[in-house]
Design a protein around this ligand. Sequence first.
Ligand code: BGC
Length: 373
Amino acid sequence: MRKTLRTSLALGAVAAMMLAGCSTSERGDGETPTDTGTGTAGSEAPAGFDAGAKIGVSLPQQTSENWVLAEDLFNQGLKDAGFEPMVQFANNGASEQQQIGAMITSGVKVLIIGAVDGGQLGAQAEEAKKEGITVIAYDRLLTNTKDVDMYIAFDPFRVGELQGDSLLQGLAALKGSGPYNIELLAGSPDDANSAKFFDGAMSKLQPKIDDGTLKILSGQTKFDQVATQGWKAENAQSRFSTIMTANYEKEELHGILSPNDTLARAALTAVDQAGKDYIPVATGQDSEVESVKWVLDGRQYSTIYKDTRELVKESINAVIALQKGEQPQINDTESYDNGVKVVPSFLLEPVVVTKENAKEVYAGDPFVGELVK
Ligand code: BGC
């Protein structure tokens, strides 16, 4: 089990640990990382800035409800903390996210970025750093740039592990003793999260593929074969329609690894439209309203809860620390290597939700809480 430490270590201790290259665990060893270092995001105290400063938040397309929620939460939360929010979506994709340039020009002090394409924002991040702006990767990592100061997210590798475990549990609970036929779905290849979700899930599923418990009749097992461009439901649905016709005329499809709720519903719809009278065990993510309803009535086996209020709150806490000239809190210094550096991270723990624990998990949630009353 990953241990996300919340206690704060003295900055010196973290710096010493990083200098000594003293990591306590590494990904890929089958177990999730353990003590990953807790402390603050850098070695020098930041300069601080005016209490009423402008803060830029650049969000990707509204490909799932979490992004829509984040917009309101950032606007409200930043205002409540005394800042001037500048929150924009890049609904037309990566090119529109060049909007970050205008945020820099307008004098923002911190940039919080949920990237469309995490590998395409190096120039903007570099420009921001030249202006003394702190760059925070929000939910999705910025890759191949040294100019990202910090990453705040519900640990995406852990999300994948929970999805893999949940698929195996669902199959055992609902589809007899196996072997099981499953098909895989992954998110958009330009989103750095997609490979993490997939790798986390495959760390649980691959051993069961290897020992013959899981079979993938389409033969599509590689990330590139199962990725879904743009996180678009129609892409997943048409791929699954083709798979159903080609591979499941006679065989039953028992399970679907889906990286999020939108794609889970798309794949399940394709199965339904193929005229099947069974429902595969499907995973998801985001606790979208429609999928929570499906989980409750048995159409989708599980989802993941990543409380957007928490993610936004931690991001605003980082802004507040920076404004005061303090380093934001981090709790991981080794898990997220962006190709150029290991990005100091504040990782939150995602929660898997099935019909069994939905009531407990969603109690008190302003968006889906009503559904479990
Ligand atoms: C987020 C997921 C979301 C997906 C599509 C990912 O980067 O982490 O929560 O489902 O993007 O919007």
